[in-house]
Structures are given as structure tokens and as C-alpha cells.
Ligand binder design. Structure first.
Ligand SMILES: O=P(O)(O)O[C@@H]1[C@@H](OP(=O)(O)O)[C@H](OP(=O)(O)O)[C@H](O)[C@H](OP(=O)(O)O)[C@H]1OP(=O)(O)O
Ligand SMILES: Nc1ncnc2c1ncn2[C@@H]1O[C@H](COP(=O)(O)OP(=O)(O)O)[C@@H](O)[C@H]1O
Length: 299
């Protein structure tokens, strides 16, 4: 029985008759091929990546395993080709997830004028240009009672640099939805340690300093952890890469756009580990949370 994934934080969603990813509980994630060239480009990337013997195993583990394509019925009732991918969160109960779109430019060389204009507008209006990445979506598990803190798309799209710093703290805090200063309770176990997120990002960076096989435009780093594990001090946070609809051949050139964004993310995560107590203001989050509080409480 196929259904829309419970834990999707960004991207196109299967609802209102529109196509979006599906899962069937078997540990596989079925991503529909978009019907312009994006779908076929992503399949081409997975096919090329899967058979490329120059990708070391310690790097391959950052990518979802690709199991080919399959025709499935979409939300519109018609059959559509889907990429069959490893479901990156199927082994988790309450995954805290953040999707970070890397690169100061999300448009690729040779993109159409319309696509370029659309991307550059988003890059300028978000932190992509200033910071080298933007947060595309997130959910942070808080408790059985309050569930996930999941800012809506409008809020996420308006994150300023200050918000991004704050959200990266909230992501590893036990009080993400509160107006209080994020407590960063899980920073050391999630971001730190020899196998934590910072170590994984540094491993990826080392590869990106060398690899000239691919250029990853508009690709996201997904960071995932489970609060229950973090509370017990158990490592288990993971960094993954998703969305390869705009990957180009690297042609012997370093992917400076991705590498720059990755370095910037590494810097911000490192700062949280060195100064977990630093106070941050929530910017738009404050306002949105205040209005949500007012709505919920009839104020
Ligand atoms: O449709 P939209 O406006 O939500 O835009 C999608 C983006 O959502 P955003 O608004 O930036 O959060 C979406 O971004 P996320 O994956 O959500 O970060 C993609 O950029 C998508 O384009 P493509 O499939 O990568 O070519 C974008 O899809 P297209 O508009 O290019 O179909
Ligand atoms: N292999 C996967 N396993 C689990 N979740 C995934 C996987 N790939 C993507 N997702 C979820 O779907 C979201 C959107 O994925 P993405 O590939 O960027 O789609 P789109 O091309 O529509 O933007 C991600 O933010 C993540 O929450």
C-alpha cells in the first residue's frame, strides 16, 4: 500500500492530485520523475553514479541507494515512472530532519532564461547568495505531547542569516518550538564526536576538494537524528545528499559552488559546538510563533 511519506520536509509533495514521493513501508522511497528533463537527468545521475568505480565507499554511503525505476500510480490516478530509492528515514521513529540546499547559486550553466531568473530571485531572497546555502525545510521532534516543530514553507523561505544560525541551534535543542533560547542539549552528541555530523561534513568536504566528476547544482544535504537516541548519548546522526535533478558533469573542474556552501555550513555548525551557550534571536520565528500562539489561544 503506497502512501505519501510522513517525514518529508521539502520538495514536491503527493497531494491534491499532484505527483510527489511515495513510500510502501518496505524501506524504499519512490520519487516520481518530473515530466520535463529533470526526471531523466536525475535517473541519469543515479545510473552513472551507481556504476562509477571512482566513488569511494565512504562517500557512496552519503547517497541513497538507487534501485532503478518503476511505474506506479500517482495521486492523479495515472501510471508514472518513479525512481526507486533507499528510504533514508525508514529505520527511524521520530526523525529530526533538516534539508539544506547547498550553493550560492542554484541555477546551472545553460539553464533557460526563465529558470535562471526564477533561481536567482530565490537565491537573492534567501540566504543562498549571502551564506552559500539555504534551509529548504525541517522538522525537529520535541515530545510525544507536542510532536514535531515544523515551520511552514513560507516561514522557512523567509529565514534570514540570523534565523539560520538560530535554527541550526534549535535543530539540536530540546526546546525547538519555544521562544526561549535554544538549549543545544544535543549539540555535542549530534553535531560533535568522531562520527557526528561535523565529522561527516568534513569527510564530504575532503572529497569535494578533490572530486571533479560531478557538479551538484541545487542539491541538498539532509541531516537526520533521533531524539530518543541523542538523549541516551548514543551517536547515530547521519548526513545524506538528495536531489540530483541538476547535476552536471564536472569536466575536471572542482565544484566550487557546492564546496563553498559546504564550508559555510561547516563553519556555522562548528560555532555551535564551540559556543553552545551563545544567545540568538529568532527573527521571523518569534513573530510567527507569537501569531500561532495567539491563534491557538484565541488571544
Ligand atoms: O515549485 P516550487 O516553487 O515549490 O519550487 C520548487 C522548490 O521549492 P522551493 O519553493 O524553493 O522551496 C524546490 O526546492 P526544495 O527541493 O523544496 O528545496 C526545487 O528547487 C524545485 O525545483 P527542482 O525540482 O529542483 O528543479 C522547485 O520546483 P519547480 O518550481 O522548479 O518545479
Ligand atoms: N531517499 C529519500 N529518503 C527519505 N526521504 C527523502 C529521500 N529523498 C528525499 N527525501 C525527502 O523529500 C524531500 C524532497 O526531496 P527532493 O529530492 O529534494 O525533491 P524535489 O526534487 O521535489 O525538490 C527531502 O527534503 C526529504 O525530506
Amino acid at each position: 500500500m503506497f502512501k505519501a511519506p510522513e517525514h518529508q520536509v521539502a520538495g514536491h509533495q503527493a497531494r491534491d492530485g499532484k505527483l510527489g514521493p511515495l513510500i510502501d513501508g518496505s524501506g524504499r522511497f519512490y520519487k516520481p520523475l518530473q515530466n520535463d528533463e529533470r526526471g531523466s537527468k536525475e535517473v541519469a545521475f543515479y545510473t552513472s553514479f551507481s556504476s562509477n568505480t571512482r566513488i569511494p565507499d565512504h562517500i557512496r554511503r552519503f547517497f541513497p541507494v538507487f534501485h532503478g525505476t518503476q511505474l506506479l500510480e500517482g495521486a492523479d490516478g495515472c501510471l508514472h515512472p518513479h525512481m526507486v530509492l533507499e528510504d533514508l528515514v525508514s529505520n527511524r521513529l521520530h526523525p529530526s530532519i533538516i534539508d539544506i540546499k547547498i550553493g550560492s547559486r542554484t541555477w546551472y550553466p545553460q539553464a533557460s532564461e526563465d529558470y535562471f531568473q526564477k533561481c536567482i530571485k530565490k537565491d537573492r531572497e534567501t540566504t543562498s547568495l549571502s551564506l552559500g546555502f539555504r534551509i529548504s525545510g525541517l522538522q525537529v521532534y520535541e515530545s510525544e505531547k507536542s510532536g514535531f516543530w515544523k515551520p511552514d514553507k513560507k516561514c522557512t523561505q523567509s529565514f534570514t542569516l540570523k534565523d539560520v544560525r538560530s535554527v541550526l541551534r534549535k535543530f539540536v535543542s530540546s526546546n525547538p518550538s519555544s521562544d526561549a533560547i535554544p538549549d543545544c542539549s544535543f549539540a555535542s552528541v549530534v553535531y560533535g564526536g568522531s562520527t557526528g555530523i561535523l565529522a561527516q561534513l568534513l569527510e564530504l568536504k575532503a572529497w569535494f576538494e578533490d572530486q571533479t566528476i560531478f557538479h551538484f547544482y541545487s542539491c541538498s544535504v539532509l541531516m537526520v537524528y533521533e531524539k530518543e537516541e541523542a538523549m541516551k548519548g548514543k551517536p547515530g546522526a547521519e548526513v545524506k545528499l538528495v536531489d540530483f535533478a541538476h547535476v552536471l558533469e564536472g569536466k575536471g573542474i572542482i565544484d566550487h559552488n557546492f564546496l563553498g556552501g559546504l564550508c559555510s555550513l561547516i563553519k556555522l555548525v562548528s560555532e555551535i559546538l564551540t559556543c553552545p551557550d551563545e544567545q540568538t534571536s529568532n527573527g521571523c520565528l518569534h513573530e510567527l510563533e507569537k501569531s500561532r500562539f495567539c491563534l491557538e489561544n484565541g488571544v
